[in-house]
Structures are given as structure tokens and as C-alpha cells.
Design a binder for this molecule. Sequence first.
Ligand code: NAI
Length: 338
Amino acid sequence: DPPNLHMDNTASVSRLNCRAKGAAAGFRVAILGAAGGIGQPLAMLMKMNPLVSVLHLYDVVNTPGVTSDISHMDTGAVVRGFLGQQQLEEALTGVDFVIIPAGVPRKPGMTRDDLFNINAGIVRTLSEAIAKCCPNAIVNVISNPVNSTVPIAAEVFKKAGTFDPKKLLGVTMLDVVRANTFVAEVLGLDPRDVNVPVVGGHAGVTILPLLSQVKPPCSFTPKEVDYLTHRIQNGGTEVVEAKAGAGSATLSMAYAAVKFADACLRGLRGDASVVECAFVASQVTELPFFASKVRLGRIGVEEIYPLGPLNEYERAGLEKAKKELESSIQKGVSFVRK
Ligand code: NAI
């Protein structure tokens, strides 16, 4: 026999115990839309995350293949696949954390709002199942338009009586990731050393990088501010055009989603001072939802930070952002209430 089959009982029991201990230390995570362009690399990266003990992969197509493939990775998380609406509830039962990248992406010439008609219904259906099967889970919404899909999920949860504003987060991390990269390029720094707060929302002018608050402290010429703001706001469109009809950002998005999910999970574990930007129910402005820096903890969003001092350029940007955000939020709310 090959040597690894010569396990005596004690050894195998202790191995099982070790495995169980490892599993107990982690969180149970579901990805809805796991077979898609974002879903697949996201599933792969979550399988590599030591904070994940169980990974549920749900989609309406192709999950058996994706699950089989990912389950061969020799990392700790146990992977299970769920296919089609009739397995949605099973996919969600008992999970602590849900990530939603389900829905159609943009093609050249489309805005994120053009996706509303299809994705609004998808997010509503998935949110109804979350309210029923894992009402206490932390939910990360990636599906666009985030400025409307987060309000949709909130309305569904309110209807079901399960809404906890601390547990629903729209993922705007890709805007921060892009901002860090582009700012680092201009400053000639390593992007790992740069932190750019990006507030507002996740579409066009609602994406508001606060270049006056970049860490490490630095200054930009007016030309650099214009270039950076525009490039950060249009980073998604840059990728959509380069992919020329084959979809939108998937790999950088999966990276950003995992960076954000990992922050949420570290918060859940009880780590101190976990701070990231996210689109959440908020009183930072007069709007009911807004993206800003939040502190993540054991119950989700534990603290929402004010925007801090803005310069004139940023104040003008904020007014524009709020105008568009207000109607996107209203559109989401009306979709569920109507
Ligand atoms: P994709 O089309 O490659 O994948 C979407 C997946 O969702 C497909 O596998 C599809 O079968 C699945 N799906 C469709 N209806 C479903 C349902 N009812 N339940 C479960 N799964 C369902 O699209 P991709 O590129 O992965 O993008 C997904 C979403 O993420 C899009 O809405 C896109 O706009 C958004 N996105 C968000 C970003 C952000 O920063 N928040 C950045 C990039 C994309």
C-alpha cells in the first residue's frame, strides 16, 4: 500500500480532529453567481482564504463544474455546489456571509443603470431567500447598479422584518483599488503604500475620490486632480471598452471583492481597527445610503466615519454625486415598493 494509507486509528482520529478544529475557526460563506466572470475567480480566491471553513457556490448554470474544479485545491475550506433556484435555499442555510456577484455585466456604450431591468429582479429574488434562510448573515452586494441594488436588498429585508443596516454592504472596493493604483502611478509609489478614500457611490460621478485625504499625505496639481478623478470614475468603462463586448472587470473585481470580504471576516472574528470604504445605510449625508469609510466588526458595520474636510473641488463633486445617487436610490426603493 502507499504509505499514506497506513494510518492507524489514532492518527486518523487526530487528523479528523485537527480538520474539525480548523473548520470551526472559520466562517461559512456563500457566493451567489459563482459561475460567472467575477464568481469563478472570486470562488477560487475565497477557497484560499484561511478564514473560510465552508464555501457554498450557487448559480443558475455551471456550478457542478466550477465546484468540482475548485474543490481540488488543497486549502482548508470545504466546497459545495448548488445549481438552480430549487437549491438556492439550501445554499444559504447556515451561512454567516453572502457575496452577490450575480447578474449581467455592461457592454460598451452601456451605463451601470442600463443593467437595472435585469439585475434588480435577480437581487430581489436572492435577497428574499437570504431573509428567509440566513437573516443574520453579512451581505456584500457586487451586482450593478450597486447604487440601486443595495437599496433593493434593504427594502426586501425591511419587508421581511430582517433588515439590519449594519449587515448590508455594497462593494465599492474596486474604486478604492483603482484609485490606489492610479494615484501610486502618478506619485511614483508602490500601490501597497497608498490609501485613497473613495466615497459616494459606485457609478460615474457618484464615485468621488478624496484626493485631499490620500495617505501618505501628498499634493497634486489641478491637472493631476482632473486626470485622476476622471480615470477613477471611468475605470470600469476603460475595462468594458478594452474587453470590447466580452464583459466588464472580473479579475480586478474578484481581487477587490476578496480584499473586502477578508476585511469583513477579520471584523467578524473580532480584529480591531478594520476600516474600509463601502456603500451602506448612512447618516453621513442627507441620503439614506452613501459610501464612506466604515469600521468593520463582530456585528458588521460598527462605525461610519464622517467625510472629513473636503476641498472646493471635492465639495462640488459631492453635490453632483448626491444628485445622481438620490435618484438611483429612489429607483431601487420604488422597484420593491411598487
Ligand atoms: P457574468 O455574466 O460573467 O456572471 C454573472 C453570473 O450570474 C452568471 O454566471 C449567471 O449565470 C449568474 N446569474 C444570473 N442570474 C442569476 C440568478 N438569478 N441567481 C444566481 N446567479 C445568477 O457577469 P460578471 O462579469 O461576473 O458581473 C456580475 C455583476 O457584477 C454585474 O452586474 C456587473 O455589473 C457587476 N460588477 C460590479 C462591480 C463592482 O465594483 N461592484 C465591478 C464589476 C462588475
